[in-house]
Design a protein around this ligand. Structure first.
Ligand SMILES: Nc1ncnc2c1ncn2[C@@H]1O[C@H](COP(=O)(O)OP(=O)(O)O)[C@@H](O)[C@H]1O
Ligand SMILES: CC(=O)N[C@@H](CCC(=O)OP(=O)(O)O)C(=O)O
Length: 295
């Protein structure tokens, strides 16, 4: 296929525009949360894998944390169970936990690993049980109506600690870590952790330059459905209080805010259904999605 002079110039311009970003982010850690809702068609999944490989090849350290909520729901449906969420967290009984581990640690994790490898990367899949690098304990969730009341939602975990050494070790060997959001308790029991929470905490612990949360909306939307391009903690509080933010956006926004407050330099919620959303965010002047500010 031959390029017209104008489209050749446009391609060259885009490549040249990437140079300052490649320099700025060289050797920097970029944590990418790949939401289950952004894993839609083959084209997008391959595009994501290619983008991650490209970031690695130009000298950055991408670390992928994936979700898989819709994929877990699908398996639950097949066995006649119905997924239930409270404040964006899955109610996880023992049987559901087994399925969460099968889907996240098995199917979804290995599919992403395989795709990255097919595109020339060296991906390694992990869950928090590997090297016991994500330690967790049972989450008791404060009720939204009465903060004194704690809700038991089963095997859902909160993070106690993350050991960054395993990830650092993989980075140094030019591997791309791909992490399933499962934590391990003091007695070796598995905990289901929201993937946004794992990505946020990991970005903090790794002192990441960027945290990018890829989801299935253009970013955070206001009540009229318009994109909010930047949000301060105060603005987030107001959006939670008036009900503009709900469901899966609640753990996402709180993980994003925590990361921004705890030193992650830029935190973005972007649309993973847009082809090459990741490259647009990291390597171009294009503003995409919602930037979450520390103050
Ligand atoms: N104000 C809002 N702006 C955008 N999305 C919102 C908002 N409030 C709730 N949501 C919901 O949050 C969802 C994203 O969270 P989630 O389903 O957990 O996605 P992911 O699998 O990518 O983590 C959106 O699809 C949307 O339904
Ligand atoms: C406790 C909890 O809710 N865990 C999530 C983990 C997967 C996840 O976060 O997937 P997405 O990013 O695709 O939503 C769940 O069971 O669905």
């Amino acid at each position: 296929m031959s390029l017209t002079p104008a489209s050749a110039r446009e391609k060259a311009r885009v490549l040249a525009e990437a140079l300052p970003y490649i320099r700025r982010f060289h050797d920097k850690t970029i944590v990418i949360k790949y939401g289950g809702n952004a894993m839609t068609d083959e084209n997008l999944k391959n595009g994501f894998a290619r983008d991650v490989v490209l970031l690695k090849l130009v000298g950055m350290n991408p670390v992928v944390v994936h979700g898989g909520g819709p994929q877990i729901d699908e398996l639950l449906r097949r066995v006649g169970k119905q997924g239930q969420f409270i404040q964006g967290m899955r109610v996880t009984d023992r049987e559901t936990m087994d399925m969460v581990e099968m889907v996240l640690g098995g199917l979804v994790n290995k599919e992403i690993v395989n795709r990255i490898n097919q595109h020339g990367g060296k991906a390694v899949g992990l869950s928090g049980k590997d090297g016991a690098f994500i330690r967790a304990r049972k989450l008791l969730m404060p009720s939204r109506d009465n903060a004194e009341e704690l809700i038991d939602i089963g095997q859902v975990g909160e993070i106690v600690s993350i050991d960054p050494s395993l990830i650092a070790f993989l980075d140094q060997g030019d591997f791309i870590p791909v992490i399933a959001p499962i934590g391990v308790g003091a007695d070796g029991e598995a905990y289901n952790i929201n993937a946004d929470v794992v990505a946020g905490k990991l970005a903090e612990v790794l002192r990441a330059e960027k945290l990018i949360l890829l989801t299935n909306t253009p970013g955070v939307l206001d009540k009229q459905g318009r994109l909010l391009t930047g949000l301060t903690p105060k603005e987030v509080d107001a959006l939670v209080a008036d009900g503009t933010l709900s469901g899966g956006m609640l753990p996402k926004i709180s993980a994003a805010l925590d990361a921004a407050r705890n030193g992650v330099k830029s935190v973005h919620i972007i649309d993973g259904r847009v082809e090459h959303a990741l490259l647009l965010e990291v390597l171009t002047d294009e503003g995409v999605g919602t930037l979450i500010k520390a103050r």
